[in-house]
Design a protein around this ligand. Structure first.
Ligand SMILES: Nc1ncnc2c1ncn2[C@@H]1O[C@H](COP(=O)(O)OP(=O)(O)OP(=O)(O)O)[C@@H](O)[C@H]1O
Ligand SMILES: [Mg+2]
Length: 356
């Protein structure tokens, strides 16, 4: 591949033309993580993350053919980033190399759950993503698209690229998942609301987290109210994730609460929502119904908590099914069900404080 352009061999070209089960358009980041709070950190581990990368890794683990459209710095770290993607069976043929450093974020231990990342991403390689990077043939041939509010916030050209890809997908009647991923240091609530309003008409499933994303988008609503607000804004399906309380799905005919899948070890919650989005896209693209796809995606998210960093632990489908089997058996033994119906206006559940 040469700087500033995408050159492909015949095998790459064939993959691109065939399209992907899951295509992602967004930002890839270098990750430096320390085992201590950042203020005490002396040594860091180098890895790679960003919401798009985390979701792509989960989708590939879910059995999907995965491609990513992004801009990556043409340097040693960029090479390592591409190698990291390839090791995880993520196709890099659509990634454009550019003469800028990759965005970076620093992650420290977070014993009291009050994490704020430190980012160095202003004018990064990733922000050079632009509509011309979106290969129309690849998009048209793909089954599902995952895009996020972070890509909409890193630059105007990246936001335009996301909108262009989502519009093409919707014209084909294909699945588009939009994760608002509100980040206080990257965007104002107003900008998050504007991006949401632009993306909802092009999305099949919108996936805000509660309370982080939902507070920026809808104010102090409970989960069911947040889902209703997302539906009112035009989302066909609102999927509100609730951290350790599971998730809520409002498809207009019912509001269903999916209880959490227990996490065997909670080392680090970074990337759990991205993992859920990527795995959900993969399983829906491969033909699962939404209830089965979401249970698998929630299990992938729960297992991702046992690794440090955004993509530090990517569970295989076999591991996910084994964990889900154990969980189902213990829930059957205790008489609880997978999905419980909640009233669509708020009940006791959405009044609970966020325990994270
Ligand atoms: N402690 C936990 N135990 C079990 N599952 C969890 C836990 N934390 C998160 N999850 C799973 O991960 C999913 C996504 O988590 P969450 O709602 O925190 O979204 P998020 O996108 O990671 O948050 P944000 O983007 O606001 O940081 C949840 O719906 C749940 O399935
Ligand atoms: Mg999120």
């Amino acid at each position: 591949m040469e700087r500033g352009s995408v050159t492909r061999n015949a095998a790459d070209a064939a993959r691109v033309t065939a399209g992907y089960d899951v295509l992602l358009v967004g930002e890839l980041l270098v990750e430096l993580s320390a085992p201590t709070p950042l203020r005490d950190a002396r040594r860091f581990d180098l890895s790679f993350s960003g919401d798009t990368l985390n979701a792509a890794a989960a989708a590939a683990a879910g059995g999907a053919r995965v491609g990513v459209i992004a801009a990556v710095g043409d340097d040693e770290l960029g090479e390592a980033l591409l190698a990291y993607l390839k090791e995880r069976d993520i196709d890099t043929s659509l990634i454009r190399l550019v003469n800028r450093p990759n965005g970076l974020y620093l992650l420290g231990a977070d014993p009291d759950g009050a994490r704020e990342f430190v980012y160095l991403r202003r004018e990064s390689a990733g922000s050079l993503l632009r509509p011309a990077d979106v290969d129309s043939d690849a998009v048209r041939a793909s089954r599902a698209l995952v895009v996020t509010g972070i890509a909409c916030a890193i630059s105007d050209t990246a936001a335009a690229a996301v909108r262009h890809a989502a519009k093409l997908m919707r014209q084909q009647g294909r699945l588009v998942i939009y994760d608002p991923n509100f980040r206080r240091k990257l965007m104002t609530p107003r900008a998050a609301r504007d991006a949401f309003a632009a993306m909802v008409p092009m999305s099949t499933i919108v996936k805000p987290s509660w309370p982080n994303d939902s507070r920026a988008l809808f104010g102090d609503a409970g989960p069911a109210q947040a889902a209703a607000a997302a539906r009112q804004a035009g989302a066909a399906i609102a999927l509100v994730t609730l951290g350790k309380q599971g998730a809520l799905v409002d498809d207009g005919s019912s509001v269903v609460h999916y209880p959490p899948v227990p996490a065997p070890a909670a080392v680090d919650a970074t990337g759990s929502g991205d993992t859920l989005a990527g795995m959900l896209a993969a399983r829906l693209a491969l033909g699962d119904d939404i209830a089965s796809a979401l249970r698998i995606a929630m299990t992938a998210a729960a297992l991702s908590l046992s690794g440090q960093g955004g993509s530090g632990r990517v569970a295989s489908l076999a591991e996910i099914r084994a964990h889900l089997g154990r969980t189902d058996r213990s829930q059957t033994d205790s008489g609880s069900e997978h999905a419980a119906h909640l009233p669509s206006s708020h009940g006791g559940h959405d009044q609970e404080a966020n325990p994270r």
